[in-house]
Every structure is written in structure tokens, then in C-alpha cells.
Design a protein around this ligand. Structure first.
Ligand code: ARG
Length: 586
């Protein structure tokens, strides 16, 4: 099924050729959803952009175009307004037919991509020699949502976690493991270090306080890179323990499974990067280091900035590994689109490696490499979120607190409503609401900005929050329970009748999901989907306040039940694309 916007675009393209000749084939009709419902549903500004070359006023241009515009199956007769805007109002009969078709469609009217692309989403990609903290939230949540949306649209998605599992920070963990848990190295059984965070802290403390320990850690890194077997074994154990601890949190967050392909994976491919850059004529020796001089980046003196590929001691950098990953993703994975949802502080890094990849001839014009940057999570003091004692916030603590607060809110509400619920119910609702609230609040911000973390705001039942959206869904399930309606059986013979203002507004909004997902596919901003779902909930609530459903007479009753059902399906699908599951009661 086609999105309405696409159908209209096509009609405009035909009209442009019919009115002004073949030169106008393929011209973008500049058609957008109307900013104000007063002007209709869609508006085209094309006449104001081509009138000069036609040598006439925009208004005449618009009028000529409208004469050739054959949209009578979708719209009321088009109106030319102001200097030459073309306004379109969708016909009620068209909307009714679309609603009916969407309800019968398992994809509720969302078409799959015309050009599916083999896509890699590089996430959550944490550095695992650290405890999981609040900074690990955004890549996981944003990457997961982008991957889900692209996959739903029919792209072949590979989720690859570029784990930081190599290099200096591992020295201290390796030595601490060897010294404090020597038995771990002699058994094949998985070691239980209890709380991994204690292990991290102990290692860090010794590193900070003990000169000998620091030296041992430094040596361990050298041994690791030289491939020393004992050291490699200790390193593998540390990585496995970290991965497992991280996975517990990803499970709690409901992050879909991904492939772990860390920095260490590319070790053997690093010399090949140097060779290939050499062969491409990009490599320059500078004070013993092998570099590529960057275009558009200069140092303080105004000279071109070098990107170090191999250090004078033979070691490699983060950038070298990423260049190896670029080649691997192109040559082996055959990726056509590679997306890196990574913090904005790495913008230069990505600009630089993409530039080198292009200049080396690896990244050609038919593939896309995109850094999708995001901002920081701030505390109420507008600084990076910290605990009261000034430490970084552990992600586990943050999620536990969200669940505990959701539980308090629920208990208060149950008391107010005089409801009795089982412990099982309360625990399940608190967990679903708490986790969803944290994820949704992160996704609902424009990802490029910083945002302020506030439990009170995110758990509020009013406003652009997960609980508000989840509650709209619950409300609809309540209608089906109360009226003993089986939505799945609302049938093929249902007649859709849109008569009231709020019904029309809801129906129009329901039919825009496809367009919204199309925008997210292009700009990778899941907050657009959040905004859409928020407005959907609002429009549903307005409809439900104005229009009786269960007490309405047929055929209106069934028609309204279809609107309820389609709203629930849309909320459920939309939230699932954000990585959030709905619940039936709350
Ligand atoms: N591990 C890095 C960090 O935590 C992020 C890696 C992102 N992906 C990449 N291919 N560089 O900062």
C-alpha cells in the first residue's frame, strides 16, 4: 500500500509534465503536510519555485498546474491560495477506504522500502573495561530503535557492537585477575566474581595507588599485543565476564540481540590498512609515525593535521581499527549503508575516518557512511549526570530507581482508585513502566541535543511520556474488555464512517505512520516517531472524550471500534519500533 503523500507526489509529477512539458519531468513538487489544518492536509509550494523560469506569476503557474492535476480520487478540488500555494484536502471517502484497508493489513498500511539496503548499525559498542554507566544508555537505546525501524521497513540490518575490548585499560584488569583470582586461569568453569563492579574498583584502586601494579599493568598490555598466551587467556576471561555483565543490563532494557565484533577482531587486519593507504599514496611518514594528512583539519599553527595510522613504536590507534572495520564492512559484509549512533564528541573522529576511507577509494558514492551523533544526559544542574557524591551514575542503579519510583506511583494510584492487584501484577507493571520511561525519554529528545534526566517528568502520566502512551493503549484494551469486543473479529464487512471533527483528525493522523517512518529512515531521528505517537494518543483521547463508542448505534459503533483498534495497533507497533512493549492493564 502506498502512503498518501507518495501518491500525491506522483500525481503532481504527472501534472507538471502535462502543464509545462517534459523539461519538468522528475521535478520535486515540494509537497508537505500542511502546517495548519486550516489550510488543508497537504500543501505544495512548487509554483513559487518554478514561476520565474516559466516567466509568469506564481499564481498563474499554480492555476495552470491545478488544471492538470488529477487528484479527484483522493482530494476535494484543489485550491490555490495566497501568492500561489496549492492546498489539498483529503476526501472523507478516501480516508474511510484507507482506514479500512489499513485495519485489514498486517503492516497497518506501511509499505516496505523500494530499495532495501544492506545496512549495518554499529551499536551499542561500549568500552568494556569499565563499569556500565549512564553514558552507555543512549547508544544502546537509540541504536536499537534505528535498527528496529530500518528492519521493519524491509532493510537487511546487521547489528554490530564495536566493543572496546583492546588496549591499555585492560592491563590493569588482567593483572588484577592474575593476582587476585589465579584459580580463574586454571579452570574452564566460568568464574563468579560476584559483583563485577567491585572487581573494577579494586583494580582501579590498586592502579592509582601502587607503582608496581601500574608497571605490571603496562607490561601486560605489551604482552597482550605480542600475543602472549597466558595474558591472552586472562584478557579473554575479563572480556567474557564484562560481556556477560553488560548483557544482563541489555536484557533488562530489552535491547535486541546483536553481534559482538570488538576492536580485537580487527587486529590482524591492521597492517593491511597501512599497506592499502600506502598503495593509495596517502601515507606520509612524520616523526617516525605513519600518518594521513587530513583535508580541512589544521593544527594551531594552521598546518594540515595528521591522522596517525601507526605510531612510531609500531602501535595502532582507535582510528586505524575503525578504518579496518570500514574495509571489512564493505568487502566482507557488503554493506550499502553503515550507521554509527555514537556520541557527538566523536564527530571529528568519524569525519576523519570517513574522509580517509573516501580518499583511499574504499567508500564510493554508492555507499553511505553516517555518524548519527547524540548529546549528553545531564543532571538537574545542567551538568553531566552524576551521583550526589559526584560519581558517574551506574546504569543499573538508574534503572532500579526508575522501577522503584514507577512502583511507588502505581501503589499510590491503586490506593486512590481502591484497586487490589497481585504482587506479580505490580512487579510486572513497575518494571515495564520504569524501563519504558527511561528509554522513551531518551528517544523522544532530538538525539543531537543534550537532555536533562528527570524521573518526575518521565514517569508523569501526562505529557510526552511512555506512561501516557502506554495508558492510551491500556484505555483501548479497557474498551474491548468492557464491551466484550474481540478486535480481531471486527470484520471485513465493517463500514467506516467519519463524521465528527475528532474522528477525522484521528483517522488522518493514523494514516500518516508510513510518512513518519519514511522521515526516520532518512534522518535517523526516532524522536519524530515519538512525537507522532504522542500526538496520536492525544488525538485518540480527544476522539474518545467527544465520541461515544460502545453506546453508539450501528453502523457508527463498529466504525468507531475500528478506529480504536487501529489506534491500539499503531501504538503497539510504533512503541515496539522504539523497543518498548505495551501492557494490557496498568
Ligand atoms: N567504544 C567506543 C566508545 O565507547 C564507541 C565505538 C563506536 N563505534 C565505532 N566503530 N567507533 O567510545
Amino acid at each position: 500500500m502506498n502512503a498518501t503523500l507518495e501518491k500525491l507526489k506522483h500525481k503532481f509529477e504527472q501534472a507538471l509534465v502535462a502543464a509545462f512539458g517534459a523539461d519538468y519531468a522528475g521535478v520535486d513538487p515540494i509537497l508537505v503536510p500542511a502546517s495548519n489544518p486550516k489550510f488543508g492536509d497537504y500543501q505544495s509550494n512548487i509554483a513559487l519555485s518554478i514561476n520565474k523560469q516559466l516567466g509568469q506569476s506564481p499564481r498563474t503557474t499554480a492555476e495552470q498546474l491545478v488544471k492538470h492535476l488529477n487528484v479527484s480520487d483522493l482530494c476535494e478540488p484543489p485550491a490555490v491560495a495566497g501568492p500561489g500555494f496549492i492546498n489539498l484536502i483529503l476526501k472523507t471517502s478516501y480516508l474511510e477506504a484507507q482506514i479500512k484497508a489499513a485495519q485489514a493489513d498486517p503492516r497497518i498500511g506501511v509499505a516496505t522500502a523500494k530499495n532495501p539496503k544492506r545496512t549495518i548499525v554499529d551499536y551499542p559498542s561500549p568500552n568494556i573495561a569499565k563499569e556500565m554507566h549512564v553514558g552507555h544508555l543512549r547508544p544502546a537505546v537509540i541504536g536499537d530503535s534505528i535498527a528496529r525501524i530500518l528492519e521493519f521497513l524491509g532493510h537487511e540490518v546487521l547489528r554490530i557492537s564495536h566493543v572496546g575490548d583492546w588496549g591499555t585499560p585492560f592491563g590493569m584488569l588482567i593483572v588484577h585477575l592474575q593476582q587476585a583470582y589465579p584459580e580463574a586461569l586454571r579452570t574452564t568453569e566460568t568464574l563468579d566474581l560476584g559483583d563485577l563492579s567491585t572487581f573494577y574498583r579494586q583494580a582501579k584502586k590498586r592502579f592509582d595507588e601502587d607503582e608496581n601494579f601500574r608497571e605490571a599493568a603496562r607490561l601486560a598490555v605489551v604482552k597482550l599485543q605480542a600475543g602472549d598466551e597466558e595474558t591472552l587467556l586472562a584478557w579473554k576471561i575479563v572480556c567474557a565476564l564484562s560481556s556477560r555483565a553488560y548483557q544482563v543490563i541489555y536484557d533488562l532494557l530489552g535491547i535486541a540481540p546483536f553481534i559482538e565484533r570488538g576492536e580485537s577482531f580487527y587486529n590482524l587486519l591492521l597492517p593491511g590498512v597501512v599497506q592499502a593507504l600506502e598503495a593509495a599514496g596517502l601515507l606520509v611518514e612524520d616523526q617516525g609515525a605513519k600518518c594521513v594528512f587530513l583535508e580541512g583539519f589544521t593544527n594551531k599553527e594552521g598546518n594540515p593535521l595528521p591522522l596517525i595510522i601507526q605510531k612510531s613504536d609500531g602501535g595502532y590507534n582507535y582510528a586505524t581499527t575503525d578504518l579496518a572495520a570500514i574495509r571489512y564492512r564493505l568487502q566482507v559484509d557488503k554493506a550499502q549503508r553503515v550507521i554509527y549512533p555514537v556520541g557527538a564528541e566523536q564527530t571529528n573522529h568519524f569525519t576523519q575516518i570517513f574522509q580517509v576511507g573516501r580518499r583511499a577509494g574504499w567508500i564510493t558514492d554508492d555507499v553511505e557512511f553516517i555518524h548519527a551523533p547524540f548529546g549528553l544526559v545531564l543532571g538537574e544542574d545542567s551538568k553531566k549526570l552524576k551521583t550526589r557524591t559526584g560519581e558517574t551514575v551506574r546504569l543499573r542503579d538508574l534503572l532500579d530507581e526508575a522501577i522503584a519510583r514507577a512502583r511507588d506511583d502505581l501503589e499510590a494510584r491503586l490506593q486512590e482508585e481502591g484497586r487490589q492487584e497481585t504482587e506479580e501484577f505490580k512487579a510486572a507493571v513497575a518494571q515495564a513502566v520504569g524501563i519504558s520511561a527511561v528509554k522513551y525519554t531518551d528517544l523522544s529528545q532530538n538525539r543531537t541535543s543534550n537532555y536533562t534526566f528527570s524521573f518526575d517528568k518521565m514517569l508523569n502520566l501526562q505529557g510526552n511520556t511512555a506512561p501516557y502512551l502506554m495508558y492510551a493503549y491500556v484505555r483501548i484494551q479497557g474498551i474491548s474488555r468492557k464491551g466484550q469486543i474481540n478486535f480481531a473479529q471486527l470484520g471485513a464487512d465493517a463500514k467506516i464512517l467519519l463524521t465528527e471533527e475528532t474522528e477525522l483528525a484521528l483517522a488522518k493522523h493514523l494514516l500518516q505512520l508510513s510518512e513518519v517512518l519514511g522521515y526516520v529512515e532518512a534522518d535517523l531521528l526516532p524522536n519524530r516517531l515519538c512525537q507522532y505517537l504522542f500526538e496520536l494518543s492525544q488525538k485518540f483521547n480527544q476522539f474518545y472524550d467527544q465520541c461515544p463508542v460502545l453506546s453508539a448505534a450501528e453502523p457508527i459503533r463498529t466504525s468507531r471500534l475500528v478506529l480504536c483498534d487501529l489506534t491500539a495497533k499503531t501504538l503497539k507497533l510504533g512503541l515496539s519500533l522504539l523497543g518498548i512493549s505495551v501492557i494490557e492493564r496498568m
